[in-house]
Design a protein around this ligand. Structure first.
Ligand code: UTP
Length: 305
């Protein structure tokens, strides 16, 4: 079976929930303490063994390309000053991965963004990582998902339990137990299910479960054929969830079938204002260089509320 070697990062969305900050700056460039969110996503790809990264970008997304390129002015100035620490911070993102770009002309939805990767990915399984969805570096979700793909040959989605009343904010999955023959090939302790149904943003009364799809996928290339046929769905957008729903019914021996890995680790959504603020506070409070002073202030601040 071909190995997963490429990560696709859709980052062409309009980021309307974060306006006006995202009028000229992509939401994936918003700082998570002091690193843009997108750098953390690329670092996760590399840590998962994927150093060929294709970013799906659009208009107003040039800062993304600049961030993974050299900045001669900063480099020469810091070199002249002998400030190797800051120089290291500037150059770290240049050589992190082999980053490619393709533009999605119009933001027609996540499914359409993934379809833009077809030529680069070719006939191989690949990872999709949403550029505003962060998984803590201490958790190894994507590596586990790649292993589940290699053991099952099926597409793999990441699922997270959410409160019932929030199902209308996510794609939701109906699941059943994995057949014993499939389960036996998997690492112990992983919560993996056969996905039987996928619905984009269902109302709580009709949601198949409270298992929500989060921003990590390992997909078979058969998804491209399905996406070509997928009509605009909810919100008039070509939904990746709708294409995955069609993969469920395809022959498992021919790249069809979807399994879900339930993630119970640390995830940070930086595309939503409230979650973004929580992310900054959590991650800043754990930093060796900032945590002490920040937490002392935070405790006083909370008492004063
Ligand atoms: P979101 O729905 O969170 O992104 O898409 P958005 O549309 O930018 O956000 P809001 O709702 O207007 O604030 C999830 C991911 O898919 C990408 C986004 O960049 C984000 O990383 N995406 C979405 C695309 O690349 N293209 C699209 O057409 C839509």
């Amino acid at each position: 079976m071909p190995k997963v070697t490429k990560a696709v990062i859709p980052a062409a969305g309009l980021g309307t929930r974060f306006l006006p900050a995202t009028k000229a700056v992509p939401k994936e460039m918003l700082p998570v303490v002091d690193k843009p969110a997108i750098q953390l996503v690329v670092e996760e790809a590399v840590a998962s063994g994927l150093d060929d990264v294709l970013m799906i970008t659009g208009r107003n997304k040039r800062p993304l390309e600049d961030h993974f390129d050299r900045n001669f002015e900063l480099e020469t100035t810091l070199e002249a000053k002998g400030d190797t620490t800051k120089l290291g911070l500037v150059t770290a993102s240049n050589d992190l991965a082999d980053v490619h770009y393709v533009r999605q002309g119009d933001a027609k939805g996540l499914g359409h963004a993934v379809l833009c990767a077809e030529q680069h990915v070719g006939d191989n399984p690949f990872a999709v990582m949403l550029g505003d969805d962060l998984i803590d570096e201490r958790d190894h979700l994507l590596q586990q998902m790649i292993a589940v793909h290699e053991a099952t040959g099926q597409s793999v989605i990441a699922l997270m339990e959410v409160p019932r009343e929030q199902t209308n904010m996510y794609g939701c999955a109906g699941v059943s137990e994995l057949p014993a023959s499939v389960r036996s090939g998997l690492e112990d302790g992983l919560d993996v299910f056969q996905v039987t149904e996928l619905v984009e943003k269902p109302d709580p009364e009709v949601a198949p479960s409270n298992l929500a799809i989060i921003g990590r996928y390992v997909l078979t290339p058969q998804v491209f054929g399905v996406l070509h046929e997928t009509q605009p769905g909810r919100g008039g957008e070509i939904q990746l969830t709708d294409a995955l729903a069609a993969l469920i019914d395809m022959d498992k021996g021919a790249g069809g079938g979807v399994v879900g890995v339930v993630f119970r680790g640390r995830r940070y959504d930086t595309g939503d204002k409230l979650d973004y603020l929580k992310t900054l506070v959590k991650l800043a409070s754990e930093r060796d260089d900032l945590g002490g002073a920040f937490n002392a202030w935070l405790k006083e601040f909370v008492v004063s509320l």
